[in-house]
Design a protein around this ligand. Sequence first.
Ligand code: IPM
Ligand code: MN
Length: 346
Amino acid sequence: MTAIAVIPGDGIGTEVVAQARKVLDVALPGYTATEYDLGARRYHATGEILPESVVTELDGHDAILLGAIGDPSVPPGVLERGLLLKLRFDFDQYVNLRPSRLWPGTVSPLADVKPGEIDLVVVREGTEGLYAGAGGTLHEGSSAEIATEESLNTRYGTERVIRDAFERARRRDRKHVTCVHKTNVLTHAGGLWRRTFADVSADYPDVATDYQHVDAAAMFLVTRPQAYDVIVTDNLFGDILTDIAAAVTGGIGLAASGNVNPDRTHPSMFEPVHGSAPDIAGKGVADPVAAIMSAGLLLEHLGHGEAATAVTRAVAADLAERTPGERLGTDAIGDRVTARVAEILG
Ligand code: IPM
Ligand code: MN
C-alpha cells in the first residue's frame, strides 16, 4: 500500500493540501496518509522545528505532500532552513522539478501569448548552490559588519541534475535543454556548470542545447517564453526563474513542483511553488490548483501515470471552464476537480 506523509504546514498550506487530498482519495485508492504537524504552530507550541525522529518517520514513506512553510511570526529562515530545506537536503531531493504550462482558460499577463504556447519545465538544482548555507557574518550589527554567502557546486551535483534534465528533454517533443547560469561573472561555479553541461550533452546527441546568462533568461521568459522546453539551472537562479515562469502562465496559484530524488534512496516531496500567503490564509480563497497539480506530479513519480494524467486533464478542464474574474473558493475548486478526476477514471 502506498504511504504518503502529509505536511500541511502554515497559512494556506493547510487549505490547499486538504483539496489535494480529496483528489488523491479518488486517484489513488487505498493509500494511507499520515499527517505531520510541522511549521509555525508547532514551533511556537514546543520550540521544535523538525525533530530527527520525525525525519526518520518521514523517510519511511513513499512520498511527501507539503502545503507551505513560513509565517511572519517566526524570524525569516528559521522554518525555511530548518524544515523545508532540511528535508530537501536530507532526502537528497536534487531535482527540483517545476513545470509551467499556459492552459486554456488562464490568462497570461503577456499580450501575444496564447494558451498552449508555453510548455516548459525548469529543472532546478535542489541540494547545492547558495542554498548550501556556507558563509558567515563578522562584527554583526556594527558599522564594520561583513556578511558572506558562498555557493557550493560539485561536479557530482551538477552532473546528476544536468543528466536528469537531458533525460526529461529526451522524453519531450522538442528535445531541447537550455543551461542557465552567469558564467560571465561567476567564473568558478559557472565554469563547472558549463563544462559539465557540455560533457553530459555529448551523451545525448538527439537533444539540442543552448546556454543563456540568467539575466537574459529572465528577460526571455517574459518576452518569448514559448521558446523554452527544458531549462536546467542552479538552486537560486531556478528559484527566481520559476516565479517568473509561474507569473507568465496564470500565476503562482497554479504552479506545481516536485522535489525529486530520482535515485529513490529517500522519498520525494511535492509542493506548490507558492508560499503560505498569510494575507489570504483562513479565508478559503486560495487556489488549490498548484497543490492538486503537485499531487499529480506525486502520482507520476510513483508510477501511477494514468491517475496523474487524469489529474492534469481534470485541472485543465476546470481552468478552461472558469470565467475571467470569477471568484471561486478553495473548497469549490477542490470539489470540482475531484469530481472530474473521478469521472475521467470512471
Ligand atoms: C520555493 C521557496 C523556497 C525556496 C523558500 C521558502 C525556502 O521560495 O520553494 O521556491 O527558496 O526554495
Ligand atoms: Mn521560490
